[in-house]
Every structure is written in structure tokens, then in C-alpha cells.
Design a protein around this ligand. Structure first.
Ligand SMILES: *Cc1c(COP(=O)(O)O)cnc(C)c1O
Length: 426
């Protein structure tokens, strides 16, 4: 029996990444707490993918909820030109304290895609600003990795890999240069060749540090990231790190860049920034980039902004979330990593499992069934796991767990047991 809510949904709602012609009726969630989602029909589901990778500490965390309520009743929203406010100004300062060295300015937006859009525009306009002053040739080309994913708006799609996501829009995307995914080819050699042939045209390199999320939870070595940044820096190419997914403890340390000891010129943040409670994006830049926009010529302004830029409630949520990254949070993430390592060793023994991999709180493997992203095996696993009160949503044949940090060892062991049951039936 479908609830009134589900009936209304089926009549009125258009869901993201959902083929409505073949979708199952959505499940009505009425409440969430910690690592669990509670459904209308009385079920308690383990949220094995942190509700699309955003939930950090856990759902409905009381201190973030309290900060949101307090802020909403005090200052809900105000235009962010002419005015400033405590949540934004103090959040900016607190972010700068925890991000890799060298960044000094914070630009707020709404989500991961807009954080990336702003980053790309900053990089292109930085070169335009400087070259205008020098009467030089403007660098216009952005280089990105194959299998990358940077968001769904047009600029973000342009720098993402060509895929089923971007195919209908391909002719409207701007030209970029692509380097092979480090899992598939020699990225650094390709970058050397590109720098040789088109180095003077390159404005920026954009990468997801160490983990290409939507492209299939593909992980790569820190030495590749270090090598890319060194080469870019040596040739005046700005380094943009898209840590929308990897930021805020997901890979172990606060930011994946720390693992490779690199500092980007531009850092894009979202997803876990509010602990997963409200949408917010941030694009951080160096003082050199910011300074290139300073001029009495108003054309050198960054003409970019969103209605809800630096929404006070979202900023208050982010500040409350940041305060939760203490010793205990670190210990919890370490426990998750330990259980992943222990259980993935067993998962790896199943004949259909290939390429098991681990990075911080994330574990992933491929199911050797063919079909890639459109493979039906992902939907089969989602249905099987739901029957066992675990929510996971493979990327086609790429299976992964990416749990909230409050998940207990038992939560994870249970999710792995469900996975093993699925694997042993194949
Ligand atoms: C999710 C994601 C984005 C896009 O963020 P949205 O909030 O969905 O717009 C960008 N980059 C990476 C690496 C992501 O994982």
C-alpha cells in the first residue's frame, strides 16, 4: 500500500538521476538519526552512503540542529553584498584555519557544482586580469582527468569526463584538455606532453584529489597528485582541488590534499561542509588570485554570485559541524577504516569481486559483470540490501560503502554481511 505522500510524489515530483519509466515507487522517510533512516512503514535503514555522500557526523545531529534553529530565529538571510554577518565571517576564518596552507579568501555559493563553477571562473578571470595588465595573451584552456566528475552545471559538466551524464549536452560544453585517469594510463607523462605542446594556453588544472567519486570511486596514488601540482606550478598553471566529496574527513584527514602534502590555488568545498544538514558551497582562493581582481577598473570584478550566497543558517550549520571535528571524530573515522580493511579482505576473495580499494572512510570494489554504469547489477544489489535494512546505491557495477562517521563497527559488520550474502548468491 502506498502512502498519501508517495502517491503525491508519483504524481508531481521529478527526481534526480532517476528513470521514472522504470523506477520503483520511492520510499517515504519520516525521520533520520545518527546512521539511520526511519521509513513511514516502520523500517530502520542503515545509511551506507551518507545520503549521497553529504552526512558527516550523523543525521539530525543535535548541536547542528540547535545552531540552525537559533540562527533561523535570529538572522535568516540577508543580501551578501553591502552586508556581512557573524556566521559567514567567522566560518570563513575557521575554514581558513583547517584547509591546506596558502589559501586566504573564501567565496560562498550553494552546492558543489556552483563551488566548481566559481573556481573555474576565478581561474580564467585571474589570467585575463593579469594578462590584460601585461597586454599579454590570455590562457584559456582547462585540463582535467578522464573519469572526473565535477558537477552537473554546464561549466562543471565541461570539465567532467564525457559520460552518459553529459552526452545530450556534449556540443554545448567548452573545450578542455584531458589527461588519462591514473588507473588507466600514465597521467604525468601525458601532462608533460600537454605542457610541451600547449603549456602556454593552460589556465588551470582541476582534479578530485586521490578519489574520483562519481566516475566510479576510482582511487589513485598521492605521488600522481603531487606530480601534477608540481608540473602545473612550474608552468604558471593554477591548481584547482575539487574536495567537494573528499573534504571534511572523508578520506581520513580533513582534506585529501593533506595526504599528498599539496596545497591548491583554488579549493572547492560542499557536501560535508554543513555536516550534511544544509546546502552550502565554498570556493577558497589564494591572496594572489584575489589580488588580481583588485582594480579601479570595475570590469575586473568577479561577477558571480547566488541569491543565497553565504546564507546565515547554512553558515551557522557549517560552524557547528566544524566544531565536531575533534579527537573523538578522528577515532570514529579510524574505526570505520579499520572495519573496512578487515571486511574488504574477505570481500576480495569472492570470484566476481575485482579491484577492492580503501581510502579513509570509503571502501569500494567492482563487480565483474560487464555493463559499467548502466549495469543492472547495481539496482539488484540496492533492492537486496534494502530487503536487509541497509541502503547502498552502487555506481553501476561499482559497489561502495561511505558511511556517516557515527556508524559503529556493528553497523558496518552488518552491512558487510549483507554484501557477502549478495555475493555468495551470484
Ligand atoms: C557531488 C560532487 C560535485 C557536485 O556537487 P553538487 O552539490 O551535487 O552540485 C562536484 N564535485 C565532486 C567531486 C562531487 O563529488
Amino acid at each position: 500500500m502506498t502512502s498519501e505522500v508517495v502517491q503525491a510524489d508519483l504524481r508531481t515530483v521529478w527526481h534526480p538521476y532517476t528513470q521514472h519509466a522504470i523506477m520503483d515507487a520511492p520510499i517515504e522517510v519520516v525521520r533520520a538519526e545518527g546512521a539511520y533512516l526511519y521509513t513511514r512503514d516502520g523500517r530502520k535503514l542503515f545509511d551506507g552512503i551518507s545520503s549521497w555522500w553529504v552526512t558527516a557526523h550523523g543525521h539530525s545531529h543535535p548541536s547542528i540542529a540547535a545552531a540552525i534553529a537559533k540562527q533561523a530565529a535570529t538572522l535568516d538571510q540577508v543580501i551578501f553584498t553591502t552586508f556581512t554577518h557573524e556566521p559567514a565571517a567567522l566560518l570563513a576564518a575557521e575554514l581558513l584555519d583547517v584547509v591546506p596552507r596558502g589559501l586566504s579568501r573564501v567565496f560562498f555559493s550553494d552546492d558543489g557544482s556552483t563551488a566548481v563553477e566559481a573556481g573555474i571562473k576565478m581561474a580564467l578571470q585571474y589570467h585575463a586580469n593579469r594578462d590584460h595588465a601585461n597586454r599579454g595573451q590570455t590562457r584559456r584552456l582547462v585540463v582535467a582527468l578522464d573519469n572526473a566528475y565535477h558537477g552537473d552545471t554546464f561549466g562543471a559538466m565541461s570539465v567532467s569526463a564525457a559520460s552518459v551524464f553529459t552526452a545530450p549536452f556534449e556540443s554545448h560544453l567548452f573545450e578542455i584538455a584531458r589527461l588519462p585517469d591514473p588507473n588507466d594510463g600514465d597521467t604525468l607523462a601525458a601532462f608533460d606532453a600537454l605542457l610541451e605542446s600547449r603549456g602556454d594556453e593552460l589556465a588551470a588544472l582541476i582534479v578530485e584529489p586521490l578519489l574520483m567519486g562519481s566516475g566510479g570511486m576510482r582511487m589513485y596514488d598521492a605521488t600522481v597528485l603531487t606530480g601534477l601540482f608540481e608540473r602545473a606550478r612550474a608552468r604558471g598553471v593554477l591548481c584547482i582541488a575539487d574536495e567537494v566529496l573528499t573534504g571534511f574527513g572523508r578520506t581520513g584527514p580533513m582534506f585529501a590534499c593533506e595526504i599528498a602534502s599539496v596545497s591548491p590555488d583554488i579549493l572547492c568545498l560542499s557536501k560535508g561542509i554543513t555536516g550534511g544538514m544544509l546546502p552550502l558551497g565554498a570556493t577558497l582562493a589564494t591572496e594572489e588570485i584575489f589580488a588580481s581582481f583588485l582594480s579601479d577598473d570595475r570590469r575586473r570584478t568577479l561577477f558571480h554570485g547566488h541569491s543565497y550566497t553565504a546564507n546565515p543558517i547554512a553558515c551557522a550549520a557549517a560552524r557547528a559541524s566544524l566544531a565536531l571535528f575533534d579527537e573523538e571524530s578522528h577515532t570514529r573515522r579510524t574505526t570505520i577504516a579499520r572495519v573496512h580493511a578487515e571486511r574488504m579482505a574477505k570481500i576480495a576473495a569472492y570470484p566476481t569481486v575485482t579491484n577492492p580499494r580503501l581510502l579513509g572512510t570509503i571502501a569500494a570494489f567492482d563487480l565483474d559483470t560487464g555493463g559499467g554504469y548502466l549495469s543492472p547489477v547495481g539496482r539488484e544489489l540496492t533492492a537486496f540490501a534494502l530487503d536487509h535494512d541497509v541502503f547502498m546505491r552502487p555506481l553501476g557495477n561499482v559497489v561502495y560503502l561511505l558511511p556517516p562517521y557515527c556508524s559503529t563497527a556493528d553497523d558496518l559488520h552488518n552491512a558487510y554481511s549483507v554484501l557477502e550474502q549478495f555475493l555468495s548468491r551470484r
